[in-house]
Design a protein around this ligand. Sequence first.
Ligand code: HEC
Ligand code: HEC
Ligand code: HEC
Ligand code: HEC
Ligand code: HEC
Ligand code: HEC
Length: 323
Amino acid sequence: MLRHLISHPAKFLFCCLIILSADLQAEYGDVILNKTADAMREAEVDDVVFPHWFHRIRFRCNVCHESLFKIEAGANEISMSTITEEKRQCGACHDGLVAWEPLECERCHSLEEGWSPGVIQHSVREDEKRNILLGKTGSIAKPYSKIMEIGSGWHPLALSKSGLPLDKYGLVDWAAAVRKKIVQPLWSLDPEVDISEHELRDTDILFISKGESMPDVIFPHEIHSYWLECKICHDTQGGPMFIDELGANNITMIGIGQGKWCARCHDKIGFPISDCVRCHNHPKGKPIDKNILVRPLKAPLPQTPATPIKQPAAQEPVDSDFF
Ligand code: HEC
Ligand code: HEC
Ligand code: HEC
Ligand code: HEC
Ligand code: HEC
Ligand code: HEC
């Protein structure tokens, strides 16, 4: 049923793509896939550009990570036979049912020399900037189901024009977009999966940042478990990103600056690391809400939130190169 509903508008939009001129530009979170560059050159196709944002509008990370793709660029062996014959990876959806078939090579093989990797913006007329839903007949129509709206029919012209809430860098604020229900990405492709059984963990964890001036960090489990399954962080393929025990991970800003820990996602798909205060969101000295779990420091401090938090005696030097 799900597949059926998604298929028809996809076919229609495919025609639009050909008719309307495409506006090509890179978007934050695009991933270039070119492990098989030699074979691609031989077949005279360009490298593949995978646009996260275009998929995030419709699907939470859980749909792809890690059942279809390990959560690491270059870690997956993708080929045209896994896509078209085995119907795995991109082929789990790009099979003509959930999304268009992989017939037009350049829709995926879209990286061209001389311009940034791009998302092909299409199917929206100049006078219609947002929330355009195209019905079976091709006229602008009400969606005939929620699935259709989320899965396929909703084509913002471009991120900047889409009406999605933006952060201070002009990137999509995905946390606000889901809180305000502007997008309601699917948790699973399987319509039998009961979303109410999906566990949202609501603990907030306070990381006391070493250093006088830097506000502390509150890690919110809730928004993360909205997008991601627990095991993506706690039982990641290739080893956990984080052990699921308070204070068990020696997370440092230097490590984050090197692409570890939080930067496994932030700076790549989640909001960028340069947005310091989005993580360092709890001023030092601000009373700590009793519901917040306070991480024990390396040099152990009393864990009762009521007592003022002291800084550790020995501070790790901060790598000034990073800032
Ligand atoms: C439609 C499928 C799909 C969805 C949905 C999706 N991803 Fe991905 N993701 C991919 C693919 C494909 C890659 C590239 C894998 C490769 O290079 O082998 C990738 C790569 C990544 C990487 C590795 C980037 C790097 O530079 O190492 C991260 C991190 C990531 N995704 C996070 C997310 C997060 C967070 C979400 C949800 C907000 C998400 N993804 C949603 C398909 C998806
Ligand atoms: C979970 C399902 C799913 C997976 C997996 C998936 N896609 Fe998609 N993809 C979609 C849907 C749905 C659309 C929107 C279809 C439409 O426009 O009708 C889409 C759209 C796109 C677009 C947008 C540009 C355009 O012309 O519409 C590109 C590019 C794309 N996919 C590439 C890929 C690549 C490459 C992979 C594998 C690395 C992949 N997708 C994996 C579901 C998926
Ligand atoms: C849904 C997106 C999509 C479409 C459409 C698509 N490809 Fe691919 N293709 C990929 C991805 C992803 C890879 C793996 C790239 C990598 O990791 O290096 C790939 C790899 C390839 C490779 C090298 C690996 C192999 O299987 O030999 C060739 C050749 C190739 N594609 C040809 C084509 C041709 C020709 C078409 C059009 C008939 C096409 N592709 C359409 C996504 C797509
Ligand atoms: C984005 C990654 C991420 C996701 C997704 C995630 N966690 Fe965590 N989790 C963390 C981090 C970071 C910590 C803190 C570890 C530390 O203090 O060193 C943590 C700590 C924990 C802890 C110990 C503190 C506490 O809250 O009691 C448990 C238990 C836990 N996680 C369970 C879960 C469960 C269950 C889910 C799914 C509903 C989940 N986590 C989803 C990153 C994540
Ligand atoms: C597996 C991927 C992943 C990891 C690892 C991860 N995050 Fe996130 N985080 C996300 C995604 C996805 C969002 C949703 C917003 C977005 O995409 O920018 C998010 C949102 C947040 C938000 C909410 C911002 C808001 O505006 O409400 C905070 C704060 C945050 N992350 C902090 C952290 C910290 C601190 C760590 C490390 C301890 C971390 N994250 C690790 C993926 C990740
Ligand atoms: C994705 C979330 C995130 C972002 C964005 C972020 N930080 Fe951090 N930062 C952390 C976490 C988690 C810690 C570890 C706290 C601890 O020591 O337990 C930390 C620690 C620190 C520390 C203390 C030294 C250390 O290694 O523990 C400093 C200083 C710091 N960050 C500065 C910055 C600056 C400056 C920026 C902006 C350029 C920034 N951070 C952006 C999550 C983040």
